[in-house]
Ligand binder design. Sequence first.
Ligand code: EPU
Length: 429
Amino acid sequence: MDKYVIHGGKRLEGAVDISGAKNAAVAILPAVLLADSPCRIENLPDISDVKTLTYILEKMGAEVEYLDRHTVLIDPRPIATSGVCADEARSIRASYYLIGALLGRCQKAVVPLPGGCNFGVRPIDQHLKGFEALGCTHSLDSGGMISVKAEGDLRGANIYMDVVSVGATINIMLATVKARGLTIIENAAREPHVVDLANFLNMMGADILGAGTDTIKIHGVQKLRGADYSIIPDQIEAGTYMVAAAATGGDVTVRNVTPKHLESISAKLAEIGATIEEGDDSVRVYQKGPLRRCTVKTMPHPGFPTDMQPQITTLLSIVNGTSMVMESIWDNRFKYVDELRRMGAQITVDGKMAIVEGVGKLKGAPVKALDLRAGAAMVIAGLIAEGTTQVENIQYIERGYESIVDKLAGLGADIYFKREPDRDMAKLG
Ligand code: EPU
């Protein structure tokens, strides 16, 4: 029942500090299982997906100690299981990285089928194809547990990915980093979090070359030691504040970012008419003239990220003219458009394409966050709308955005968190 209440129409102004990257953190935490001594991970975002994952590691037997809000010390040595039975594992997508990490650690893994945001079928055939190439067999039981195992050591192999998959690239890296021989992943994902994981593993003693290109070479090593590592800034959190700045006609500097990771977002915002100024570790977004319509097509990195698609579509909903947004990664990532329509947006969806007729203004309304990024889009819609917007289902947003209410309020937004008693409890009480 918790909600965000937003009184729209305020320009965002000032500076906001971006947290560590969710999608890097959820790959790096399972990678800790591969170490033979403790790891200290810094710049962890304080979000529920990370909390869930550290809880799962603890339930598996790891010693987990938060040194402060963003730093955790994890000792994986006490773990004596190759299974993950925590119900929580079903609630996050990234629990599937425990398969690769456990295979790397002990050549077998029993993990629940992953959950996560629902925007169409989310197959894991490329992960399984990779594990098979490394000498593993797999089976799925009636309770939805996937079991993957190898007889003896995993053996390096050449793996060509049929689709560019972040998850499969990361899972295969985790499984092969201690395999026998050389693994070559071709048509690999190039996202910044793939590179961040490779950097972390290399710091632990791995031998990984080519992360960030479409060919990654992994020479298996026998041992990995614990490491101290600081996670990269979150590309999508930064992009969300950049879009919010442009949408409100504001002037915002996003700090603690890697501007190179934001290039596709900066380029699209510049095309729409925002001014972008890059610093060494910051990007300023402001607006001098009117915004212009444009065409957006989501692509694997370094293309425009699918995880920014709902936010940019929301911005385009108020920009004069007809914009087109093509979603080329996920089959069903426009469900949130119905919520935007409740606020006055004129958007038609035809399969994986949205045609957006700019309406100048949105009107506040009660809306739901349908998933993490769709939820961020509802918050942006609330910021630009006339009147009051209440965003429900905020637990989705809190999976991936640290302190979003405080950060936006710090930029001048009129937003607050409202806790409402559960209706049934209220009746009882
Ligand atoms: N795919 C397959 N087979 C597979 C794996 C993927 O066909 O075995 C397809 C998918 O159906 C999709 C495409 O390949 O069409 C890309 O999927 P990918 O595997 O790259 O996605 P993912 O690893 O499940 C990660 C992020 C998502 C982000 C996508 C794309 C994490 C934990 N999740 O998902 O992030 O949308 O990459 O960039 O890293 C988010 O943060 O809001 C989020 C959903």
